[in-house]
Design a binder for this molecule. Structure first.
Ligand code: DP6
Length: 353
């Protein structure tokens, strides 16, 4: 049942892909060329909080992101907001909605804010509209807002299966391992820049698919690496997980670099982080940490508790040199959850009445 004039709030977290999604076989439905694998962050480390309220008293939809009112006529925002329309149609209600969303981490800096934003939005709207969708169904809707968002509906280790169907009904994420599966696993989120990325991932991956002759090999290479990293997670083999993670990040960034025109998200600080981790692994004689970068210069470094001290020391040298702004750590986290009514972000002044 649709609940009107009552605010619902949820929190959810971004995810970091260790096997990357870069390239769509269907742009409208957001269907990827290859399956991908990610880990979901802990709500304590990075999170999005989103409140929604449906009301017939609202004249039009209102959307606040990080304290700023958004222009729903903007193409990018409208495209992503279309999932709201989809869910409203499913609930057969004409009520307009106010959405207030707050990211507790830098937006558009390659930290996958759209993933947690959209996953949390779908999750909280499902509740407000009483749609009763399960996580798989929510993942399919979130995917159509942003591909990586399909994975943030779940906690722990998550795989987004690319699917084969043309209608996308078999392209959704699933949990591979729960959030308590590997408590020793740590992700170091290394922030080297908080500025907005130059090329949005949507446009960037389109150019790669259209112009890069090397893209042909990407799907089969990602699929076989996915099989390898799944085995490594099953065995809790950090060296194998780290090796696959590094290889897949480098492969994606090599594809970006060889796109025409070339797309480059990494900067000198990113390369300094890569050097530091490569050197650490070489000193240890095996991979004890793995780096990965999304569409931005910030790094994620995965390791396990017993090696964390070594990773911290390697990074603190770069921090002293001014290369790194800050480092946050996260364990495997949960999927989205509903928060109590008292946590609503909707203020009377935002309703514009
Ligand atoms: C590099 O999910 O943001 O983070 O589907 O066009 O919204 P759209 O793209 P998006 O792309 C994420 C790309 C990536 C890799 C990944 O998360 O798998």
């Amino acid at each position: 049942m649709v609940t009107l004039d009552k605010a619902f709030t949820a929190e959810g977290s971004p995810n970091i892909a260790l096997i990357k999604y870069w390239g769509k076989r269907n742009e409208r439905l957001i269907l990827p060329h290859n399956s991908s694998l990610s880990i979901t962050f802990d709500h304590k480390a990075l999170r999005t909080v989103t409140s929604v309220m449906f009301s017939k008293k609202l004249k039009k939809d209102i959307f606040y992101l990080d304290g700023k009112k958004q222009d729903l006529n903007d193409r990018d925002i409208r495209e992503r907001f279309s999932i709201v329309e989809k869910m409203r149609r499913m609930a057969k209600t004409p009520a307009r909605v106010i959405v207030v969303s707050q990211n507790y981490f830098p937006t558009a800096s390659g930290l996958a804010s759209s993933a947690s934003g959209i996953a949390t939005l779908v999750y909280v709207i499902n509740k407000a509209l009483g749609l009763g969708l399960n996580a798989k169904e929510m993942s399919i809707i979130a995917r159509q807002g942003s591909g990586s968002a399909s994975r943030s509906l779940f906690g722990g280790v998550v795989v987004w299966n690319k699917g084969k169907r043309h209608d996308g009904k078999d392209s959704f994420a699933q949990q591979l391992f729960k959030e308590d599966y590997w408590p020793q696993l740590i992700d170091n989120i290394v922030v080297v820049s908080t500025s907005k990325k130059k090329v949005p991932s949507r446009a960037g991956m389109r150019t790669t698919v259209n112009t890069n002759p090397l893209f042909k090999q990407r799907a089969s290479s990602a699929q076989s690496r996915l099989a390898e990293i799944k085995k490594a997670f099953k065995a809790k083999d950090i060296s194998k997980v780290a090796e696959c993670t590094i290889a897949d990040s480098n492969e994606m960034h090599a594809l970006m670099l060889s796109t025409i025109p070339s797309i480059r998200y990494l900067n000198s600080a990113s390369y300094a982080v890569m050097d530091a981790i490569d050197e650490l692994n070489a000193r240890e004689g095996k991979a004890i940490a793995g780096y990965t970068f999304d569409a931005g210069p910030n790094a994620n470094i995965i390791t396990i508790s017993k090696y964390q001290g070594k990773v911290t020391r390697a990074l603190s040298r770069l921090k002293k040199g001014g290369m790194i702004l800050y480092v946050k750590t996260s364990r495997l986290g949960e999927g989205p959850r509903i928060l109590p009514e008292s946590r609503s972000l909707i203020k009377k002044s935002m309703l514009g009445r």
